[in-house]
Design a protein around this ligand. Structure first.
Ligand code: ZN
Length: 475
């Protein structure tokens, strides 16, 4: 982990696939998931001679919306450039990208870690086209150009993150913004959000930057965090041993949990950038920009503030809910049918979140979650029974009260009905009884747990505790 003698300096470069219907410069469908290789292609995205690209207006608008959401500068004049490099997945031998005049300059992402909220500045956001995809097989490589020409937004942060946790918070907030704008699903596992990190260390208090190492191809939040943890530990060890850090690109090997050297970087690559001769410069009309500004939805930061002010949620709950569209929708819809915000926030972030991860496709109706909370409040079921009811509601779509009946989980508060279970627990656990009687009063918790177990969570805990005390004191 981070050593207090050194400060880590971390920057993130993210590539975001935009959710446009067609590709960046041609009419091919950009949704290539599950399509047979090389079926979403045309002469333009295959780079045939003599073809002309046409700019996808929606992709430009999505990038501008992102810039507006980041409160960035949107220059009036911008253009596309050719970035030349030879690689088998780059069919034209160049990529249409943006060099010195990106669509978006600056801006920031606000992150919350622990109690602290900070603004992480961005350097730029520009628009470019994706490459094809290579699959390496024995004896050669296969290439699929379905992804070739899919609009890609490159988002470069300033190196102002200092811990792996901050990098993770940055990515979560970035994803939340992109999803709120509906410009990308930004699913890392599907390659819609791809991330490279660069990290260097410097002695605490030093202002000059140390030698940075770039780690490429991280495809989950977890791998970003793990790769940074690994790199910080590796570089700390090297610096302590007086070894120089080599400026290089390293790859993350997920199953081994390590980074490995891929190539050293002597200097910036010479991509021989020049203005794309087949496209005119692009001018962003201020009236157009003003119309886009009107289209901005409520963004995660505003939503977090609203949750804290309107629902009295704490910063942690408000941040977690506001950066997760699905959770936010369920939370608001459940509160809208009359449930208590704090209780809903708890359920949504704990039991509901777990079930959502396990059971895909099932939905939880807000009125059902509200009813479940009400059943607990009214004493119809206990909390542990409610946690048994929820999965069944999730799977079956049945109302909670029906599931309570079906499973026989109604809470038993009648002490005469619970007395047998209490006596049974005492007889089966003489050691705990002896402990309690010799003054170890916490033994009662164990006995209470036994009664809850034998009644499948239906016993009213307060009544059980009362009964236990009465019986144990022999009254
Ligand atoms: Zn095409």
């Amino acid at each position: 982990m981070t050593d207090s003698r050194y400060e880590a300096v971390i920057g993130l470069e993210c590539h975001v696939q935009l959710a446009t219907k067609s590709k960046m410069f041609c009419g091919c469908a950009s949704d290539y998931a599950g399509a047979a290789p090389n079926t979403r292609v045309c002469p333009i995205c295959l780079g045939m001679p003599g073809v002309l690209p046409v700019i996808n207006k929606t992709a430009v608008e999505y990038t501008l919306l992102t810039g507006l959401a980041l409160q960035a500068e949107i220059p009036e004049a911008t253009k596309f450039d050719r970035k030349n490099y030879p690689y088998p997945d780059l069919v034209k031998g160049y990529q249409i990208s943006q060099y010195d005049l990106p669509l978006v300059k600056g801006g920031f992402v606000e992150i919350t870690t622990g109690q602290a909220t900070r603004q992480i500045p961005l350097e730029r956001v520009h628009l470019e086209e994706d490459t094809g995809k290579l699959t390496h097989i024995q004896g050669g490589s296969l290439v699929d150009f379905n992804r070739s020409g899919v609009p890609l937004m490159e988002m470069v942060s300033q190196p102002e993150l200092h811990t792996p946790a901050e990098a993770r918070a940055y990515l979560i907030k970035l994803r939340a913004i992109l999803r709120a704008l509906e410009v990308s699903d930004a699913d890392m596992e599907k390659g819609q959000l791809r991330c490279d990190v660069n990290v260097s260390l410097r002695p605490a208090g030093e202002t000059r930057l140390g030698t940075k190492v770039e780690v490429k191809n991280l495809n989950s939040f977890r791998s970003v965090q793990r790769a940074l943890d690994f790199e910080i530990a590796r570089q700390t060890k090297a610096l302590d041993a007086g070894e120089p850090i080599v400026q290089e690109t390293r790859g993350w090997v997920d199953d081994r949990g390590i980074t490995v050297s891929q190539r050293s970087k002597e200097q910036a690559h010479d991509y021989r950038y020049f203005p794309e001769p087949d496209l005119p410069p692009l001018f962003v009309d201020r009236a157009w920009l003003a119309r886009l500004q009107q289209r901005l939805p409520e963004l995660p930061d505003a939503r977090r503030t609203r949750y804290m002010e309107s629902f009295a949620l704490g910063a942690y709950d408000a941040d977690a809910l506001s950066t997760d569209q699905w959770a936010a929708h369920l939370f608001e819809a459940t509160v809208a049918v009359g449930a208590d915000p704090k209780k809903v926030a708890n359920w949504v972030q704990n039991d509901v979140a777990r079930l959502r991860g396990e059971s895909d496709g099932h939905v939880l109706e807000p009125r059902h979650l509200a009813e479940l909370i009400r059943l607990v409040d009214d004493g119809v079921i206990g909390i542990s029974a409610a946690r048994q009811v929820l999965p069944r509601v999730f799977e079956s779509g049945k109302a909670p009260h029906a599931v309570v009946d079906e499973l026989g989980l109604a809470q038993i508060s009648d002490s005469s009905a619970l007395e047998a279970a209490v006596r049974g627990a005492l007889e089966a656990n003489p050691a705990a009884v002896a402990d309690y009687k010799s003054g170890k009063l916490t033994a009662i918790n164990y006995l209470k747990g036994q009664v809850m177990r034998s009644t499948r969570g239906t016993a009213n805990q307060a009544v059980v505790e009362d009964l236990l005390k009465r019986v144990l004191s022999g009254s």
